[in-house]
Design a protein around this ligand. Structure first.
Ligand SMILES: Cc1ncc(COP(=O)(O)O)c(C=O)c1O
Length: 380
């Protein structure tokens, strides 16, 4: 069969490594309705080269949606429409880094962002985090050793750790970014996916300091195949992004999809999609957490996530998630081992599970399989 999606899961395998929505959660009917609504209007502009910053009407509609969701004023002129957070990160690297520059990331961090940064041949330095996010003292230490052009952070419902940066640490981070003149690239794609914990306001609240670019994506609140997202920043940072050759040549990144997404929001369908996703993920997250407590030995620890897609398991020191994976796969269960999320090959005794892709029943079956290969309770 010809491949259509990024997925490549062997038959029968329950792969907790997949951090994408289930097919059953992809809102085909809502998008059909939104596309029909937009394409029935006698306005062909969505088929033309689009404004570099993104369609003005769509930015106005998105700004309204975000104002309600973030509970803070979002202005259309502070938004740049992107093809998702990945593309925004790539554009930020193009416009804000030179090969050999140092950038800071969290340890652990979103593993595919590491691949984007490596494409730009920057020097990647990891800053450790704990259950309250990035450790500010560790950042201060690294700032004394390196000049970093930017810090990439996932402040809310982190991928992979699930942690949320505390309000107090957000303030200290902003202070340090001014003092040491680095840009904060806040990947806030999970901000709206809160289940049991209300996170602090997004770092987007601080764009007018000129030190923050905040990223969001329809991949997590609607569907990844839309390839639609946004960067939110002050005019100085946005101007730098907008004048990229890519946008000068091709125009706005996705006028057609933006037009459909505009109808999705206007018709109230986006709110419905998000409410549905939150209901389903909340239930799955609770079920997976309960099953892990039941089936895994007490020596394996994790924090129940308050939102997002992930649970980050810590094995006893000395255990190796890569070796565990080799034992798990023949039992038809898989996950992402910790070192993938490390900029320096560390985190050997961690692994990431996602509850986004499988229905609850399959999640429970997966945990039962995982329980068979987990380190024995008595061996620490
Ligand atoms: C933290 C983070 N950033 C970005 C992405 C990718 O987003 P997009 O589909 O908008 O490129 C993901 C997806 O897993 C993610 O977890």
């Amino acid at each position: 069969m010809l491949q259509t999606t990024q997925l490549n899961i062997p038959e029968g395998m329950i792969d907790f490594g997949v951090g994408q929505p289930s097919f059953s959660l992809l809102p085909l009917a809502a998008l059909r309705q939104a596309a029909d609504h937009r394409l029935s209007q006698s306005d062909p502009s969505l088929l033309q080269y689009g404004a570099e910053q993104g369609d003005g009407y769509f930015r106005a509609t998105l700004a309204q949606f975000l104002t309600a969701r973030y509970s803070l004023p979002v202005e259309p002129e502070h938004l740049l429409i992107t093809s998702g957070a990945s593309q925004a990160l790539d554009l930020i690297c193009t416009r804000f880094t030179q090969p050999g520059d140092t950038i800071f990331v969290e340890e652990p961090t979103y593993f595919l962002a590491l691949l984007i940064f490596r494409d730009y041949r920057v020097n990647i330095v990891g800053i450790p985090m704990d259950e309250n996010g990035l450790i500010i003292e560790a950042l201060e230490e690294k700032l004394a050793q390196h000049h970093s052009v930017l810090l990439y952070t996932i402040p809310t419902f982190h991928n992979p750790s699930g942690a949320t940066l505390s309000a107090e640490r957000r303030e200290r981070l902003l202070h340090l970014s001014r003092e040491h003149d680095f840009l904060i690239v806040a990947d806030e794609v999970y901000q709206m996916l809160d289940y049991t914990v209300t996170p602090p306001p997004p770092l987007a609240a601080h764009i007018l300091t000129d030190r923050v670019i905040s990223l969001g994506s329809f991949s997590k609140i609607t569907a990844p195949g839309l390839r639609l997202g946004w960067a939110q920043a002050a005019p100085a940072q946005l101007d730098r992004l907008i004048h990229a050759g890519l946008l000068e040549s091709g125009g706005g990144l996705n006028p057609f999809t933006s037009g459909v997404a505009q109808s999705l929001i206007e018709l109230g369908l986006q709110d419905e999609c998000l409410a549905h996703l939150k209901r389903v993920y909340r239930e799955r997250s609770a079920a997976l957490s309960a099953a892990l407590r039941q089936h895994l030995p007490g020596s394996v620890s994790f924090a129940e996530p308050g939102g997002g897609f992930f649970i980050w398991l810590r094995l006893p020191a000395g255990y190796n998630a890569q070796e565990l994976l080799a034992e798990a796969r023949p039992r038809d269960v898989s996950f992402q081992p910790g070192p993938k999320f490390s900029s320096s090959g560390g985190l050997a005794n961690y692994l990431r599970l996602s509850f986004a892709f499988y229905e609850t029943e399959q999640l429970l079956e997966g945990v039962a399989r995982l329980g068979q290969v987990m380190p024995n309770k008595n061996v620490i």
